[in-house]
Design a protein around this ligand. Sequence first.
Ligand code: CTP
Length: 404
Amino acid sequence: MSVLNGKKILLGVSGGIAAYKTASLVRLFIKAGAHVQVIMTPASKDFVTPLTLSTLSKNPVHSSFFNQDDEDAVWNNHVDLALWADLMLIAPATSNTLSKMTTGNSDNLLVATYLSAKCPVYFAPAMDLDMYKHPSVLSSFNALKSFGNIMIPAESGELASGLSGEGRMAEPENIIAFLEADLESKLPLKGKKILITAGPTYEAIDPVRFIGNHSSGKMGFDLANEAANLGAQVILVAGPTHYKAKNSLVEVISVVSAQDMYDTCHQYFNDVDVAIAAAAVADYRPKVVATQKIKKAADEFSIELEKTKDILASLGAIKKNQFLIGFALETENEIENAKLKIQKKNLDLIVLNSLQDEGAGFKKETNKVTFIDQDFKIEPMELKSKESVAVDILNKVVSHFTKS
Ligand code: CTP
């Protein structure tokens, strides 16, 4: 999945012949799953029509400070547009627009919006070869870079003037590749490996029966998706569940029993930087698994159970630098029990669910958790969606690595 998926992109088109290529650029953004809004300078409309870009972006195109076609002129709020964006790209960026960006000459909506943007700004210059090398243009490039803007260098080739050389706007495919590579390199968990457990485990009684629980696996899958969105390499060890990983970069390993989950986790644990145990692992399993289906006979029937291995505790016992996060589901003495689990399982952080909180627990879309860290710092969180809880947990992981 592209890192551009779900990103809100503001495309600023200025008036050069390369503007015709923005039609492909918008299509590629949409194909990557991005949301696109386009701002055009008045001059750019001579090269590509607003109708083309609004059709492809599925959004109205903005080009002036107010909507001229409307009798009650409606102001195009450049500040709102700028704040909407996760990323602004000016492509093609002509020498005129670049120069206005450096001096703050906001006589059009594109530059006014640029000046209001707080998101990362990229620019893809397009001009003739001599212009591209002119000291005045080079000083614009340098000024914009000094503002923290990122240049997508022009490419070499045939130019509109008939000359050949450097100055052609980067091809749309290359602009997309540049943005993806740049965004990926800046993801906060890039280069980190995370092991996550999810879902229930099934402990066989006989070939057709098992002991299981109501865990849906949603919390673990949300954690895995969010971790992958933040750039981590994710190994998700999942018990039986119908969930699928939304982020195709998540490696899902399906297991059935607590022992399978234990073995798989131990296979990967040494190589990971973080492990999060979100699975509802069975604490007990039948001591003997019948090889044939058990027939009904006596009025009463009991199954002897034995303890399963505690996966999280076993990881805590061998951990080196891994940041280890566990969950605790408690019904009474929540904080005290959770603190005991931190010590017993050698955790860095525990995510406490209290069944006394409405909206928390199995088969719910929401969760209400309290974080307790190794130093017993307690942080109660609001009731929120499991996706948002996953974001909060991964923020803890990110801040662990930014601190250390
Ligand atoms: N866990 C695990 N392996 C087990 C049991 C639990 O990895 N065999 C993990 C869970 O994924 C969770 C944490 O341990 O992150 C806490 O599980 P929980 O059931 O709340 O606590 P237990 O340690 O099993 O203790 P108790 O059931 O007595 O509360």
